[in-house]
Design a protein around this ligand. Structure first.
Ligand code: ASP
Ligand code: MG
Length: 443
């Protein structure tokens, strides 16, 4: 069994859905996980925001516009009048459900129900299409097996048990369709795995069903060595280790949800990143092993705040760092990077919601400096046996850019540098020219 996840653009129109159907139409047993059609979740977020503000007329207009878009999809997707009718009835049902929220108090519960509509619609429409094409498949409701606990972490034991039960109901079926992103929470309510969470669904389902491979299909040919939106001349990386992929996903490679590496890694299931527009391209394989050059890729994460605390009290003292960390813990603010000297500590956060309170408390320890609009440049690779002078290549490439912090040795897969966001394009471009060995890495 394999899991194949198709993202929003891959199912973003009637034409793209047809392409996905022909891609999966073979004898291999598989679970197909779909995102919402591209643009839908954003539209639903906007509808929810409007409803929160009690702008019901505006909300109705947005709902009608989205409904119209889907009517068009139905028109293009099916050939028989009967399927068109069936699909239009389904649309009416779902959009009336959303319209009903304009009549009532709108809370986070209603919001989650609204956000779930995108995946419910894409999978139902796709299943109808398979039926019309007489392709044998079963639609599995993710809400019957996908679950998070009180800490909003996936309940993997529950997922494995209930997914198995769902699959066993259909012993002769080889093709299953299900929703990404949506789940139930500890209270049994509809919830979700946060934006971009369909990748996470795919990986959790793959781990729960112990599949041989998880495929993430998007509209780009794998994970690139650098951000293709910013830098020219990037290339897909043929192979990455789980740890390298997790670092890249966390530090900004938009192609993969950062949490989605963990379930696959735990079960040692390879993850392939493939391109629906170019199905024969090799893409990126993420597995326990990784070959290729020492430096694999760079990624950048914006919106970083750097905080420096300078204190004479730190000199030869113990317990100082703990007191500093406790401040961040109290405000539930994760720290990304940290460097220390004997009299100062610098660290970065990407969630600046409690910045003011944090800074006020830190001032009790000494002098505090804050720099916003910073970017973490993360160089990912296998630096365990640092013989190839990677550090030198990185700093040589960045010789004209001022680097605020450097973190090296925290993990064997990552060298992080903090720069001013205004220098990001230049930094990524210079690194692209200076640090990669294209012959060993390229797919
Ligand atoms: N549809 C959801 C989103 O747009 C989940 C996903 O596509 O992964 O965030
Ligand atoms: Mg995505």
């Amino acid at each position: 069994m394999k899991v194949l996840k198709f993202g929003g653009t891959s199912v973003g129109s009637a034409e793209r859905m047809k392409a996905v159907a022909s891609l999966i139409n073979n004898d291999e047993p598989k679970i197909v996980v779909l995102s919402a059609m591209s643009g839908t979740t954003n539209a639903l977020v906007q509808i929810a925001e409007t409803l929160y503000q009690n702008k019901n007329e505006e909300a109705n207009a947005l709902i009608d516009a989205l409904h119209d878009k889907y009517k068009q999809v139905v028109e293009e997707l099916y050939t028989s009048a009967e399927k068109k009718k069936q699909a239009n009835e389904l649309l009416t049902e779902h959009f009336d459900h959303v319209r009903a929220f304009t009549q009532d108090l709108f809370t986070i519960h209603e919001e989650r129900a609204v956000l779930a509509q995108g995946e419910l619609l894409s999978t139902a429409l796709f299943q109808f299409f398979l039926e019309e094409q007489q392709i044998n498949s079963v639609l599995l409701p993710a809400l019957n097996f996908m679950k998070i606990d009180e800490d909003e972490e996936p309940d993997t034991a529950y997922i494995a048990k209930h997914l198995k039960e769902e699959l066993e109901k259909f012993p002769n079926t080889k093709l299953f369709i299900t929703q990404g992103y949506i789940c139930r929470n500890a209270f049994g309510e509809i919830d979700n795995l946060k934006r971009g969470g369909s990748d996470y669904s795919a990986s959790l389902i793959g781990a729960a069903a112990d599949v041989e491979e998880i495929q993430i299909w998007t509209d780009i040919d794998g994970m690139h060595n650098n951000d293709p939106r910013i830098v020219k001349d990037t290339y897909p990386i043929a192979e990455l280790s789980f740890d390298e992929a997790a670092e890249l996903a966390y530090f900004g490679a938009k192609i993969l949800h950062p949490s989605s590496v963990t379930p696959a890694k735990q079960k040692n299931i390879p993850v392939k990143l493939l391109n629906t527009m170019q199905p024969e391209a090799k893409g990126t394989t993420i597995s326990a092993e990784s070959t290729g050059g020492t430096i694999k890729a760079v990624a950048a994460k914006d919106g970083i705040t750097a905080i420096k605390i300078k204190s004479g009290r730190m000199l030869l003292a113990y317990g100082f760092l703990r007191s500093v960390f406790e401040v961040f813990e109290r405000y539930k603010t994760p720290i990304d990077m940290i460097t220390t000297s004997e009299v100062a500590v610098s660290l970065t956060i990407d969630n600046a919601r409690h910045l003011e309170e944090i800074v006020a408390e830190l001032k009790e320890f000494g002098q505090v400096e804050v720099d916003q609009e910073q970017t973490i440049i993360c160089v990912v690779g296998d630096f365990i046996e640092e013989r190839s002078g990677s550090g030198l290549k990185i700093f040589q490439s960045l010789k004209d850019i001022s680097v605020r912090m450097i973190s090296y040795g925290g993990s064997k897969n990552n060298i992080s540098l903090l720069i001013n966001t205004k220098d990001k394009v230049e930094a990524l471009t210079k690194l692209n020219e200076g640090i990669f060995d294209r012959n060993t890495n390229n797919a």
